[in-house]
Design a protein around this ligand. Structure first.
Ligand code: FCB
Length: 477
C-alpha cells in the first residue's frame, strides 16, 4: 500500500466526481408525463424492498437539482455522473420523446456547465419503462432496438453539451439480479432468461453506441460501466481455480468478451449449455456489440471469494447483493461463495482497496490504450448527525483514502485512469435495501430532505481542489 506519509497527488486533469442515478434520487415519479419503470412496480410490490420503501420522493432531486449542483460546486467537485430516466423522456419506451422530460436534463446539464462541473450521462441505470418489461423485457431482442432509439433521442438532445457518455450501468445487475436471483426489478427468477437478458443488454450497448455516434459530435466519448468482479480462489487447488474461472466468465467475460473482443468466452458457452443454446445470438450481433469504445467505466466495491462446492450451504443466498433463494449465477451450483476476511462496511462488503488496483491493472492489460474511469466506488455507513447537526464519517474517509490511493498506485504502475466518481453524492434509495444504507458524502434527513455535507464530503472536496489526498486521520477532518 502507499505510504500514508507520502502525499498522494493526482495528475492535474484527473476528474473528481460524484455519481448518482435517476430512480435513486429524483422522486417526482408521476410528474411531467413520466410513467412507471420496473423499479416503480417492483418497489411497490409487497416484500420486494426493505419496509416497502420506494423512490416516489427519494431525495426530491428533480426539484432540488440546483441546490445539489451548488453543493458540488461549493465542495469543489469537477465532474458529476447522473442517469437519465428512460420513462421520463420516452414514457412508453418507444416513439416520440417528451420534451419536458428532456428539458429537465438540459437544465441540469446547463447548471453543471455553468458551475464548471463536467457532466457524464448514463443512459440506463436499471429503470426500464414498465411497458417494455410487459412486452418481455431484456430477454427480448426488441428491447435492445428500443434502447438504441432512446439513446439517439438523448444523444440528439444533449450531445452538443455533454462529452462523456455511458450506455449501461452494470449490466450484470440488470441481467442476473433482475432475471435470475430476482432481488432487483423486475424480480424474475429464470436463469435461462437472465442469459438472454445479458446478450440483449450487450446488443443494446452496441446499437446504442452506434446510435449515439450517429447524432453526436465526434469529440464525445462513449463508454460502458461494468461492475467487473475481482474473483479470488479460496485455495490454489485446481477445483477452486476452476470455480474462479466460472464466476469470472459469468461476472465479467459475458460482458467484456463480446464488448472488448467480439466473442463470448468458449468456457462460458460450454458451462451454460445445459440452460441455453445461445441461439438468440444472431449473425452480425457480435460485430454490432464489438464497437470501439472511447473509455471504460469500472465500478468497484469489494472482491469476491469462491471455491468449488459439492452443494450450496442451506438457507437464502446473499452473495452480497440481497437475499434470495435463487442464485444470481446461472450454471454455478457447484461454486460456493465465501466472506472475504477484513473489516466490512454497513453493506457487509469487505473493505479491500487492493481489489481496485487489481481490477484497474487487469483492464490495463485486457484493453490496452483504453482510458479508464472509476465510475463508482464508495461505502455505506450508519451515519447520524451529532448534537450540533454535523455528520462525522471517519470510516468513509478511510475507505476513500484507501481506494483513491489504490487508484493512484495503478496510475503509477502505468494505468490510464482519468477520473473517479464517488458513489454517491447524496444518501439515497439503495434499491432492495430502501433508505437503510447511506452511501452519500452528503447526509440527507429523509423527514425534511435537508442536505448536510458529511466530513467525508469536505475531505473529498479538499482532494478535488488540491489534487492531493488530505490525511485520513479524524483530527484533520
Ligand atoms: C452499484 C449501483 C449503484 C449503487 C451502488 C451501491 O451496484 O450501480 O446504483 O446501488 O451499487
Amino acid at each position: 500500500m502507499t505510504d500514508p506519509v507520502t502525499p498522494v497527488t493526482f495528475p492535474p486533469a484527473f476528474l473528481w466526481g460524484a455519481a448518482t442515478s435517476a430512480y435513486q434520487i429524483e422522486g417526482a415519479v408521476r410528474e411531467d408525463g413520466r410513467t412507471p419503470s420496473i423499479w416503480d412496480t417492483f418497489s411497490h410490490t409487497p416484500g420486494k424492498t426493505l419496509g416497502g420503501e420506494h423512490g416516489d420522493i427519494a431525495v426530491d432531486h428533480y426539484h432540488r437539482y440546483r441546490e445539489d449542483v451548488a453543493l458540488m460546486a461549493e465542495l469543489g467537485l469537477t465532474a458529476y455522473r447522473f442517469s437519465v430516466s428512460w420513462s421520463r423522456v420516452q414514457p412508453t419506451g418507444r416513439g416520440p420523446a417528451v420534451q419536458v422530460g428532456l428539458d429537465f436534463y438540459r437544465r441540469l446539464v446547463d447548471e453543471l456547465l455553468a458551475k464548471g462541473i463536467k457532466p457524464a450521462v448514463t443512459l440506463y441505470h436499471w429503470d426500464l419503462p414498465q411497458e417494455l418489461e410487459d412486452a418481455g423485457g431484456w430477454p427480448e431482442r426488441d428491447t435492445a432496438y428500443r434502447f438504441a432509439e432512446y439513446a439517439q433521442i438523448v444523444g440528439e438532445a444533449l450531445g452538443d453539451r455533454v462529452e462523456n457518455w455511458i450506455t449501461l450501468n452494470e449490466p450484470w445487475c440488470s441481467a442476473f439480479l433482475g432475471y435470475a436471483s430476482g432481488v432487483h426489478a423486475p424480480g424474475r427468477t429464470d436463469p435461462a432468461a437472465s442469459l438472454r437478458a445479458a446478450h440483449h443488454l450487450n446488443l443494446a450497448h452496441g446499437l446504442g453506441t452506434t446510435a449515439l455516434r450517429s447524432v453526436m459530435p465526434a469529440r464525445n466519448s462513449v463508454a460502458i460501466s461494468l461492475n467487473s468482479s475481482v474473483v479470488r480462489p479460496l485455495s490454489e487447488s485446481p477445483a477452486d481455480l476452476a470455480a474462479v474461472r466460472r464466476i469470472d466468465d459469468l461476472a465479467n467475460g459475458v460482458f467484456h468478451g463480446p464488448i472488448l473482443k467480439g466473442a463470448y468466452p468458449a468456457t462460458l458457452l460450454a458451462a451454460t449449455s445445459g440452460l441455453t443454446d445461445w441461439s438468440y445470438v444472431l449473425d452480425g450481433d457480435l460485430r454490432a456489440i464489438h464497437q470501439p469504445l472511447d473509455a471504460l467505466g469500472l465500478n468497484y466495491y469489494t472482491p469476491t471469494l469462491v471455491s468449488a462446492a459439492q452443494e450450496q450451504p442451506k438457507g437464502p443466498r446473499t452473495d452480497g447483493h440481497g437475499a434470495s433463494d435463487h442464485s444470481p449465477w446461472p450454471a454455478a451450483d457447484d461454486v460456493a461463495f465465501h466472506q472475504t476476511p477484513g473489516d466490512r462496511t454497513e453493506m457487509g462488503w469487505t473493505i479491500d482497496p487492493s481489489g481496485l488496483h487489481e481490477l484497474i491493472m487487469r483492464y490495463t492489460k485486457e484493453a490496452p490504450g483504453l482510458p479508464l474511469y472509476i465510475t463508482e466506488n464508495g461505502a455505506a455507513y450508519d451515519d447520524k448527525p451529532d448534537a450540533d447537526g454535523r455528520v462525522h464519517d471517519p470510516e468513509r474517509i478511510a475507505y476513500l483514502h484507501g481506494h483513491l490511493s489504490a487508484v493512484r498506485r495503478a496510475i503509477a504502475d502505468g494505468a490510464d485512469v482519468r477520473g473517479y466518481y464517488l458513489w454517491s453524492l447524496l444518501d439515497n434509495f439503495e434499491w432492495a435495501y430502501g433508505y437503510g444504507k447511506r452511501f452519500g458524502a452528503v447526509y440527507v434527513d429523509y423527514a425534511t430532505l435537508t442536505r448536510t455535507p458529511k466530513s467525508s464530503a469536505h475531505w473529498y472536496g479538499e482532494a478535488a481542489r488540491t489534487g492531493t489526498l488530505p490525511s485520513p486521520s479524524p483530527e484533520t477532518t
